[in-house]
Design a protein around this ligand. Sequence first.
Ligand code: NAD
Length: 415
Amino acid sequence: MESYNSFNVTQQQVSEAARILKLDQATTELLLWPQREYKFVLPVRMDNGKVNVFHAYRIQHNYARGPAKGGIRFHPDETVDTIRALASWMTWKTAVVDLPLGGGKGGVCCDPKILSEYELESISRAYVRAVAHLIGIDKDVPAPDVYTNPQTMAWMMDEYETIMNRHHPGVMTDKPQQIGGTEGRRDATARGGVIAVREACRLHDVDPAGTFAIQGFGNAGQRAALLHQELLGGGRLVAVSDSRGALYNPDGFNVKDLVTHKLRTGTISDFPDAKSIKQSEVLALDVDVLYPAALENSITEDNANNVQARIVCELANGPTTPGADRVLHKKGVHVIPDILASAGGVTVSYFEMVQDSYSFFWTEESIHEHLDSKITKAYHTVQDSIKEKQVHPRLAAMLVGVARVAEACKLRGWV
Ligand code: NAD
């Protein structure tokens, strides 16, 4: 039985890359584990006057190449291992796109769907009070992730600046633009993925204006739907899912209407002119491009054989297990692995840090150009690694990332 513990999955990926790169035992051990882990509890007074205690984490996986960088999730199912895995993936992601950053991640075990705005603000501020000594533009820079957003970052930055008694906008990224955020951040993850799909379509002779499906219709999924059509000159979105259900329309959805419906009602359900299907069917449709944009471990050894897409662009972190990777590779599916496909967000976050440092902001056009050049370069670096080492795309991307981080550790004299 395959392991679906995401941290075990990342450790398998790192071990395999380390073995091929012939890294010594100490370097491998260093890269397998987070350098620092913080586990804490947040007592927060709720609207009903009672105190709830939330378990929370901030994990800095590796900071050899620069400050740790990675989002904060608010989700009821977070564990130390999911956060470790996400932090580790951030290390490889920032290295694959060659950013001067390391990898980190944080989380609070809570269910935002049942919390009021005031309770969310209280949790956000309590989180920062607990980690203020650990974060900063030159230490560790959080950002939003699942069920957190620019408003969360605004509260967190404000709490940090209150504690430090000075302006420090670069402590968080993906802030609202009015208080130090950047142009182009909201759609950056999806834009990076779609740019990678554009390159993959050229290389693999796939029609970019063909069909596509999206698993997970949140921030990344919605933006990917819109940008796929905008940047690739068309494309029919034929299936989509969210946590409550899945819909199919072989003629293609009107994407703008679907996004408006999701934002208005909180779900894709009840969208007109669509057939309701099982969530698992979205992964198994005969489409040109499939975007997994929900959570980890969606494509496993058990369902990978059903995947019929020509290209799988992993906007989600860790949607495919190692067993599934082998199956997809054997079937000839071109996977654009998460550490490359979803690197657009952290790339523009890095641009935000640079702009905050200078208090001078770039145009949206300039952000898009810099992002395109970073992702295109990273995509082709990974393709070169596939050819050179004769391995599947995820392993090729890991080889690029792990080699860069190992080199930084060595140069510092850590190993
Ligand atoms: P989000 O919370 O906005 O969206 C997640 C979506 O997935 C929601 O629509 C939810 O309903 C759906 N979902 C949950 N369980 C599902 C299931 N079983 N089947 C189908 N859909 C399901 O989060 P997001 O920011 O869009 O992030 C999605 C993924 O992309 C995560 O893995 C995240 O780590 C990754 N990611 C996001 C960013 C970013 O900038 N937003 C950057 C890098 C990676």
